[in-house]
Design a protein around this ligand. Structure first.
Ligand code: H2B
Length: 96
């Protein structure tokens, strides 16, 4: 079982652009890409990464904007897995 990160520690651990939501049980970020192809390629890349690490974000796209949402369902809150995955999302997306 992956451990929940204590709520008071969470804010300092969020990667750039990510914010807490759902009463601190999840985190989200909106990515704005140059065009649809960029957005969807990134989503596909992240989907393949999520399969590799067995941790799956929620992603909602509207044309070239993607809202990413992370929580650890098994723990009903935010764990290291979410923080690490969010960092990876930022890294792959670049400065968007
Ligand atoms: C059975 C499977 O390993 C689990 O359901 C994994 C899959 N991907 C997951 N993704 C996320 N975001 N949270 C989980 O708890 C989780 N658990």
């Amino acid at each position: 079982m992956t451990d929940l990160i204590p709520h008071d520690k969470l804010s300092d651990m969020l990667p750039t652009g990510w914010v807490l939501c759902d009463e601190g049980t999840a985190m989200e970020k909106t990515f704005n890409f140059a065009d649809f192809a960029e957005a969807f390629s990134w989503m596909t890349h992240m989907a393949l990464v999520s399969e590799k690490v067995n941790h799956h974000p929620q992603m909602l796209y509207v044309y070239k904007t993607v809202q990413a949402y992370l929580t650890t369902h098994d723990a009903n809150g935010i764990t290291e897995k979410d923080i690490t995955f969010a960092q990876k999302m930022n890294e792959v997306a670049g400065d968007v």
